[in-house]
Design a protein around this ligand. Structure first.
Ligand code: UN1
Length: 511
């Protein structure tokens, strides 16, 4: 078996199994536990994509100490210089886009078109954040006293921890790592155990572009072992998690004990409203892409479609026809529309919700079964699934499934649809299909979510706009755009008194 080094070339598909070590202080090191785990292809579990370190508390400690040492120098590198490295990384990612997309399809399962999009999202983030290095604006403002100058400057926080999910294994790490380092922080990242390779590919690129040792450290392993060390460590100043609301509550509670900055991007149960006056062809395309793109494994996935009664029958019929026609299979095949679930546990959850939906009295219009014959034998595949006549309070309409299962909810009007859309524990994304500008604007105001699309599905956020949501979707922070710069910096107010005398604010009031 090949052991990875920074200079080792990427090995192509179907080549030797790579053993990847942790990346700490610019070195590849084995986990202190001496244990490893396998990263397997969910479309064909016979294929081991890589072998990774099953790390423990000591590995986190080593990574934090490396990041702490690196911070003393990195914080002093001018932000535009830090940003140039990120820009150079974007250029390298562009060259390696196809190779990294193929690696990602093999470890995550989503189709090539989408994994290319995932790498592109990291490229977009890199270009955007490279530009921020020359902004990082802060206000200057008049002092209330004469001969005194006042301004606020952004300062880095120190060591930041990132805990990232498997569904966007390069894009989401890029949302966190790139603003963090442009702002002058250093990082310890724990990628999801199902998809560590794509994070390695991103960090390898950043290292090749010139990020110095210790600025980004990777510790792989399981949340059960690494969650507490990362969230409780007194020298970690910020934690950024993308994951479930359940894990978010644990991470948020732990991080609060040492007053860390904490950004939580959590679940979604995203509604799409289709009104009678909508362009139905467009709404169908959107529904299909929003519900079954990424096998429904996006926190932005369209999982509820609230359809006005005038078009409900036609919409349901046509959606089912289109869902049945989707080609399921290995994402490396360009003809495939939808890949597998990420792992057995996720597939079981998806199938469990099919049973729950049936038991609740929803009408199974298509799908619902596991695919495990023939070409599907060694993967975690299931049919795209559509439930009709779903009542808004059923569990399949309230709980995040994270699979290719969508619920159709009939409604009478936009006035009825909005409360149905809002009456869930989450609030990430939302969509409305209509040709009526008045309705569009009231929905933009009244849908209670972090993101609203008009005449587009609930997925497909762009990296320079705020990404995040309300209620159980998060804790008020936003990734993407300037929100990320806000999260990874701390304000410092600076006063310069050039009057040469003691001037007391609030007390000495010039005549
Ligand atoms: C996620 O599902 O966690 O907006 C992120 C989108 C993608 C990002 C999804 N750009 O669907």
């Amino acid at each position: 078996m090949a052991t990875d080094t920074l200079s080792a070339p990427m090995l192509g598909e179907a080549s030797r199994t790579r053993v990847l070590k942790n990346f700490i202080d610019g070195e590849w090191v084995e986990a202190s536990t001496g244990e490893t785990f396998e990263d397997r292809n969910p479309a064909d579990t016979r294929e081991v994509v890589g072998i990774f370190q099953k790390s423990g508390r000591q590995d986190v400690e080593d990574a934090v100490q490396a990041a702490r040492r690196a911070f003393t120098k990195w914080r002093l590198v001018p932000a535009p210089r830090r940003a140039e490295i990120v820009y150079a990384a974007a250029e390298i990612l562009l060259e390696r886009k196809e190779e990294y997309a193929r690696d990602m399809t093999r470890e995550m399962g989503k189709i090539l078109k989408e994994t290319r999009g995932d790498v592109q999202e990291a490229i977009d983030t890199a270009y955007y954040m490279a530009g921020e290095g020359r902004r990082m604006f802060g206000p200057t403002t008049p002092s209330e006293l004469p001969n005194k100058f006042a301004m606020a400057v952004r300062q880095p926080l120190g060591v930041c921890a990132m805990i990232t999910p498997w569904n966007f294994p390069m894009a989401i790490p890029s949302w966190k790592l790139l603003p963090a380092i442009v702002c002058g922080n250093t990082c310890v990242i724990k990628p999801a155990q199902d998809t560590p390779l794509s994070t390695f590919n991103l960090v390898r690129t950043l290292t090749d572009a010139g990020v110095p040792k210790g600025v980004i450290n990777i510790v792989t392993g399981f949340g059960s072992a690494l969650g507490s060390p990362l969230t409780e460590h007194p020298e970690i100043r910020a934690v950024s998690l993308t994951g479930s609301s359940e894990v978010g509550r644990i991470v948020g509670t732990a991080a609060a004990q040492s007053f860390k900055h904490c950004s939580l991007e959590l679940g979604g149960k995203n509604p799409m409203i289709v009104l009678d006056d909508a362009n139905l062809d467009l709404a169908l395309e959107g529904a299909l892409w929003g519900a079954f793109g990424t096998t429904g494994q996006r926190c932005t996935a369209t999982s509820r479609i609230i359809v006005q009664k005038g078009v409900y029958g036609q919409f349901a019929h046509r959606l089912v026809e289109r869902a049945k026609a989707l080609k399921i299979g290995n994402g490396l095949d360009e003809a495939v529309d939808m890949g597998p679930a990420i792992n057995e546990a996720q597939l079981n959850t998806d199938l469990k919700y099919v049973d729950i939906g049936k038991a609740e009295g929803a009408k199974l219009l298509c799908g619902g079964n596991r695919l495990d014959g023939g070409e599907y034998k060694h993967g975690w595949f299931m049919e795209p699934t559509v439930f009709g006549e779903v009542a808004p309070k059923m569990r399949i309409a309230q709980e995040e499934i994270f699979g290719p299962v969508v619920s159709l909810i009939p409604c009478d009007s936009l006035e009825e649809a909005i409360p149905i859309a809002n009456d869930i524990p989450y609030g990430l994304s939302s969509a409305l299909y209509t040709r009526d500008v008045n309705k569009a604007f009231s929905a933009m105001r009244d849908l209670y979510a972090g993101i609203t699309y008009i005449n587009a599905p609930t997925i497909g956020a762009e990296v320079h706009l705020p990404f995040g949501g309300v209620k159980a979707t998060g804790n008020g922070h936003r990734e993407g755009g300037i929100g990320a710069i806000d999260f990874y910096t701390e304000w410092k107010a600076v006063y310069v008194d050039y009057s040469d005398r003691l001037q007391r604010a609030q007390i000495d009031r010039p005549e």
